[in-house]
Design a protein around this ligand. Structure first.
Ligand SMILES: [Zn+2]
Ligand SMILES: [Zn+2]
Length: 151
C-alpha cells in the first residue's frame, strides 16, 4: 500500500509495512488512523497524504490473526439473494481446516473462500467471500464490553 501526499511541494511517499502494523494490532479498517500517524508535519496546511483506495495487497496469514480479541473473519454467502454472514475467530477457522485434512492450516486470507466447505445455513450455497474485520478498540462500546459481531 502506497500513500502519496497530494501537495505539489511535498509529494512525500510512504509505504507502510502492513505486516508490521498487523503485528502491532492495526488492520485495514484503521487506514484513517494510519494516515493520522504518518501525516506530514506541515504548519501551513493540512497534510495531503492520500492512500490508494484499492484494498492493500497484503498477504495476511491466519496465524497473524489468531488470539486477537478485536479480529474476526467474516464469511459472506456469495449468493446474491442471500448475503448471510457468519463470523469466526482465526483459530476456529484453522481448527476447521485441520479437520478438513490440512495439516498446515496457516493459509492466506484470500485463499479461504475456496477452501471453506461448509454450506450456507440460509440458502445451502457453498460459495463464500471472506474478509477480515477489525474492531476499533478505542470506542466506548468496545471498552464497556460490547462486541460488533455475534459471538
Ligand atoms: Zn506532505
Ligand atoms: Zn446463503
Amino acid at each position: 500500500m502506497l500513500g502519496i501526499c497530494r501537495w505539489y511541494d511535498c509529494r512525500r511517499r510512504v509505504s507502510p509495512d502492513l505486516g508490521k502494523w498487523v503485528e502491532r494490532g492495526y488492520g485495514q479498517a484503521l487506514v484513517s488512523d494510519m494516515v493520522r500517524m504518518l501525516r506530514c508535519n506541515r504548519v501551513d496546511t493540512d497534510c495531503g497524504l492520500m492512500f490508494d483506495p484499492e484494498p492493500p495487497a497484503v498477504t495476511l496469514r491466519l496465524s497473524q490473526l489468531t488470539w486477537k480479541a478485536n479480529v474476526r473473519l467474516r464469511f459472506s454467502c456469495a449468493a446474491v439473494a442471500c448475503k448471510a454472514t457468519r463470523f469466526a475467530t482465526a483459530e476456529a477457522v484453522m481448527d476447521q481446516l485441520r479437520r478438513q485434512g490440512h495439516r498446515n492450516a496457516d493459509f492466506r486470507v484470500e485463499e479461504l473462500a475456496s477452501l471453506m466447505k461448509g454450506a450456507c445455513r440460509t440458502c445451502k450455497g457453498t460459495a463464500w467471500s471472506v474478509d477480515v474485520m477489525w474492531a476499533n478498540t478505542n470506542t466506548m462500546g468496545w471498552r464497556s464490553g460490547g462486541r460488533p459481531w455475534p459471538t
